[in-house]
Design a protein. Structure first.
Length: 256
């Protein structure tokens, strides 16, 4: 099959659209690229969880680099928070990738998603009250470690876990989203390297290329959206997205 054939185009176009939409949401709200794409690859394409997670993280290595540059240019990054997140996140990512490549880590997924759904509803409540006064978060390194582990083991989770918990602690929505997106590049690069070491290059498919093209096209737009949308609206959108994706993940896990 030629790279420029009609058949190739028919295969890759839906994945370009999905990658674009997922990255646009992720860049603006700090979450959902991994969850959206992992769900698609597992439920629609029938890929094993480890292969799906490896594929998504291979794509995210490039999209998070582009998104991080966009957030940096728009001054959405808190570099002190970045330094405290990135090393624990990378350590958790290596451990999570190893666990997913070796054992079935899906047992804990419904419990994690229930927790995230509750956080999403709480963020919605805070946005509805309108009381959003930024303050410095205190629990950071353990959050980075847990977020990195769950991201690799669950095929997505860095944004939902880290962004939502930092917002609950009172961090600025714009700075939180920009910092979490930027630090995610180092996490995904580490996880991808671990998966390649464990599995080889089995995750690199034509569908992966489609997700990559769509994600790269959307990545520069996330920094612009995060900068221009008011903090209260960002909080509400994060809460809505987190609640919906978590509830959907719980439904899928319980109906296998």
């Amino acid at each position: 099959m030629s790279w420029f054939s009609i058949e190739t185009l028919e295969v890759i176009l839906p994945f370009i659209a999905i990658g674009f939409a997922a990255q646009l949401v992720d860049g603006a709200l700090g979450m959902a690229f991994g969850l959206i794409n992992s769900t698609l690859l597992i439920t629609v394409m029938g890929l094993p969880p480890a292969v799906a997670s490896a594929s998504v993280h291979a794509v995210e290595t490039f999209t998070t680099a582009a998104s991080g540059i966009s957030h940096t240019l728009h001054r959405n990054v808190d570099w002190r928070l970045f330094r405290r997140l990135v090393i624990p996140g990378m350590a958790g990512g290596v451990l999570g990738a190893y666990v997913l490549s070796s054992v079935d880590a899906s047992v804990a997924r419904p419990f994690v998603m229930t927790y995230l759904a509750a956080i999403g509803l709480y963020l919605l409540f805070r946005a509805w009250r309108g009381a959003i006064e930024p303050r410095a978060p205190r629990v950071i390194e353990p959050l980075g470690l847990a977020g990195g582990f769950l991201d690799a083991a669950g095929g997505g989770g860095w944004g939902p876990v880290v962004t939502s918990n930092l917002l609950i602690q009172g961090a600025s929505p714009r700075q939180t989203i920009g910092t979490v997106n930027t630090s995610e590049f180092f996490l995904t690069a580490t996880i991808s390297a671990t998966f390649i070491f464990q599995m080889g290059f089995a995750a690199f498919t034509l569908q992966t290329l489609g997700l990559l093209i769509g994600g790269l096209l959307a990545a520069p737009l996330g920094g612009v959206l995060a900068k221009r949308v008011p903090a209260r609206a960002l909080m509400a959108m994060v809460g809505t997205l987190l609640s919906l994706t978590s509830i959907w993940s719980i439904y899928q896990a319980l109906n296998k």
